[in-house]
Write a protein that binds this ligand. Structure first.
Ligand SMILES: Nc1ncnc2c1ncn2[C@@H]1O[C@H](COP(=O)(O)OP(=O)(O)OP(=O)(O)O)[C@@H](O)[C@H]1O
Length: 351
């Protein structure tokens, strides 16, 4: 990925990661937005605390940077339980998972990020562990192999995934609570930014907060990152004062447009319109056209574009909507919406 892309990509690095951790809300009451998920989760946790039992396993699904890891940490904090962190790609063999499960203490919270990327044998071991708090350790090979059952301490699994659809049903069904995390509203991101500015000792006037929030792709991690870039710009070029003009100029410099679309978003839409007449076109062809992995286009760019009504996923492929043509200031060919008349709504209608 390009450097520019990294600026608004929800993947953090180095020092930025340390700041990101410092900005994480630590308790449920501090967690902003996701009202329904927060309320449901608080009931699950409170009832477990009252019954003095581990709560049901929790699955969180949603785009990167919406707060899944933060919520997992909050689950452990609210339960007063220790937390163990791992990720699907780290669980290549069943033995990798067995090593973790067999050393969990009673009530511990195990967080598995990107749980859809776990290897199959580990996944099968996890089914049994989730249901019966037991794993079968296979000793030997071939016809002489024996499975030795091993009891493990009752624990709570918190799984996170950007692609819930890829989870096999037997795994999905073993979660007692599934939290669907949605993109945040601008007002919620304003709150996130206010809180972060306070923690970073920055003076952020409300209208500058609104400008950054509007351009943060509905994602707290991006809001926090853009806040830091605006701060840099203000310190170097504007005597440290974050006026709305300074915020706007900084975001323009980092190629985040008025609707929060970044370079990858615009590249996807641009390719779809300029190279494929607005679609329909398949995901992998589109990904090749923008020089990215299909998964990056599907997980990072598309959910936001769909949510903004700029792109539609149809059975025949990806299609740019009329709003997308208008956003990039391009004119659709006359036949662009022939196959998908429902996508053609004049964006100026009703104004
Ligand atoms: N509801 C929230 N309120 C305040 N800050 C938040 C909230 N959600 C997320 N953040 C901020 O956004 C950052 C990213 O959140 P987090 O790492 O939990 O996202 P994620 O969904 O786990 O992302 P990924 O899937 O990429 O790991 C955190 O450092 C935190 O500061």
């Amino acid at each position: 990925m390009s450097l520019e892309r990294d600026l608004v990509s929800p993947d953090a690095e180095g020092d930025e990661q340390a700041i990101e951790s410092a900005l994480r809300p630590k308790r449920l009451a501090e967690f902003i937005g996701q009202g329904r998920v927060r309320e449901q989760l608080s009931l699950v946790l409170e009832s477990a605390v009252r019954r003095e039992r581990s709560p049901d396993h929790v699955l969180m699904s949603g785009a990167p940077g919406l707060g899944k890891t933060t919520l997992a940490m909050i689950v452990a904090a609210e339960l007063g339980a220790p937390l163990r962190l791992t990720s699907g790609p780290a669980l290549e063999r069943a033995g990798d998972l067995a090593a973790i499960l067999s050393t969990l203490s009673e009530g511990e919270v195990l967080f598995v990020d990107e749980i859809h990327r776990m290897a199959r044998p580990a996944e099968e071991m996890l089914y049994l562990a989730m249901e019966d708090f037991r794993v079968d350790i296979v000793v030997g090979k071939g016809p002489g192999a024996t499975a030795i059952p091993l009891e493990i301490a009752p624990f709570t699994l918190v799984g996170a995934t950007t692609r819930a659809g890829l989870l096999p049903a037997p795994l999905r069904d073993r979660f007692g609570f599934v939290a669907h995390m949605d993109f945040y509203e601008v007002a919620e991101l304003e709150q996130v930014l206010r809180r972060s500015a306070r923690l970073l000792s920055l003076d952020l006037p409300p209208e500058s907060g609104t400008e950054i929030a509007r351009r943060s792709r509905g994602t707290p991690r991006i809001a926090n990152r853009l806040l830091r870039r605006v701060r840099d710009f203000a310190e170097v070029r504007a005597g440290g004062v974050i006026t709305v003009e300074v915020a706007s100029a900084a975001l323009d410099l980092y190629e985040v447009d008025g609707e929060g679309l970044d370079r990858l978003d615009r590249a996807v839409l641009g390719a779809l319109m300029r190279k494929f007449g607005g679609g329909p076109v398949g995901l992998s062809t589109l990904a090749v056209a923008v020089g990215e992995e299909p998964e990056t286009v599907e997980v990072v760019a598309e959910p936001f574009l769909v949510r903004q009504g700029l792109l539609a996923r149809t059975p025949r492929g990806r299609v740019a909507t009329a709003a997308a043509w208008a956003h990039l200031g391009l004119t659709p060919p006359p036949a662009a919406f022939g196959a998908h008349p429902v996508l053609f709504e004049d964006p100026s209608a009703g104004t």
